[in-house]
Write a protein that binds this ligand. Sequence first.
Ligand SMILES: Nc1ncnc2c1ncn2[C@@H]1O[C@H](COP(=O)(O)OP(=O)(O)OP(=O)(O)O)[C@@H](O)[C@H]1O
Ligand SMILES: [Mg+2]
Length: 511
Amino acid sequence: MNEIIRVEDLTKTFPGVLAVDKVSFGLNEGEVLALLGENGAGKSTLIKMIGGVLKSDSGRIVLGGKEYQFHSAYDAMCMGVGVVYQELSIVGSISIAENIFMNRQPVSLLNQIRWKNLYLETDQLLKKFNLEFNPKMLAKNLSIENQQMLEILKAISANPKVLCLDEPTSSLTEKGIKLLFENIYKLKKEGLSFIYITHKLAEVFEIADRVMVMRDGRHIDTKAKKHVTENDLISMMVGREIKDLYGSGSDKHIVENKPFFKVEKFSKKGCFEDINFSLKKGEILGFYGLIGAGRTDLALTIFGYYQCDKGKIFINGKESKIHSPADAINNGISYLTEDRIKLGLYLRSTIKDNVIAPSLKNFRRLIDIIDKKKIDRYAEHLKNEYRILTPSINQKVMNLSGGNQQKCLLSTWLGIKPHVIILDEPTRGIDVGARSEIYEKIRQYSAQGKGVIVISSDLPEIIGLCDRVLVMRQGKITGEVSRKDFSEETIISYAAGIDPNSKRVVKSEQY
Ligand SMILES: Nc1ncnc2c1ncn2[C@@H]1O[C@H](COP(=O)(O)OP(=O)(O)OP(=O)(O)O)[C@@H](O)[C@H]1O
Ligand SMILES: [Mg+2]
């Protein structure tokens, strides 16, 4: 088989961290090499060096038998190496077409952009990948899922020979994943090779030819997919076996039987209508639904980020008027966003400045003097408890690996100990080992008599973790399922608008 790229002894250090330690491997033409490893193992750093955005300390990249030094992502792209990074880089205020052809728009002899060609070429590309969008549409009007698709399309449009995808499906729904995989199969046949980073082991068994595992910056092993099991991969990654990912949630009893948190007749035009539900102390309530079902809008409205047109919130029988996130926090309601980069974190600030943000007033000593020692103690405690892997709480969040950023966000919101926490896709980008720890944290939290709402598109996660599930479709609650009746089929039926009992289509007129 033809080797398209070879990496030899690539090494990269950051202050206090050996992120990639003499990693060598080869990638064959037309193959998908899955790259696995725990949060902070060095996966993203490795492909940033291959993609030209980070300079290696030492080592070689050999393409088609020749050694290259890439000085920029553009350099790498010109040599046929494309990378879709973990963080989206789409510019919202310009069109889909301008995003795809950024820095390489078709131009006339006088260097003027040929708009007609730009739109035409984008249209052809979109159609080739079965995406139905107007090339002139502003990128910010696309959902996160479609922005991710656009990012992938942008890389593909440069006709790379090697395409590195860093957790491409973390914001995709089942439908988006299917479309992506169909396109990967198509492009593989055309000879394109992939390095595919993921935390979802099921994806490895579907799409990969070989699997490479990294740990603590080192290349542990690479194996043909047919020679490994899921458990082998977990042991290689984490260095131990994980027997029960979701832990003992099934037999956890609910502390109190009486609901303490109620949402009544909640409506917001174009988003959701007539939402009624309640939550008990100690309960973990799941919200399942397809993209566009209205779950995130509902959560953001409960949190006071949006205003509802109609409806009330009651805590312990008393109505709570919530007009802003500050009101929500003061009423003991918190929300962990699904979009840690845009909405969740102050990327240029340190871990400690992030974790104290929702509870600054707790760190005041005399009137307006900040108690720095208390801040350090609090941040250290969260860093240890949530195993945020980095040398110091003074590290900027932008320098953390994706999964460790997610742990920082989780610790920020669980740290202030709200009565009700809404977790929107809490384990996005979290490795399989850390996942089991986070599920344990969520379970321990609810067992303290708190209410936990989990919005998740990961059905096994919903089933493994929750006591009860509400299913939303087109802005309405279409079904409620208790743990004893959990089945993937029932929950998916409600999400698809089919009553699992009668198998009849549930009437769900648009709001
Ligand atoms: N710019 C940077 N400055 C300092 N440290 C960094 C920087 N980028 C990465 N690191 C550190 O290098 C290590 C490897 O990070 P990397 O992002 O490559 O991990 P990863 O395997 O992609 O993890 P994840 O699955 O969480 O995305 C981590 O300890 C991280 O904190
Ligand atoms: Mg990463």
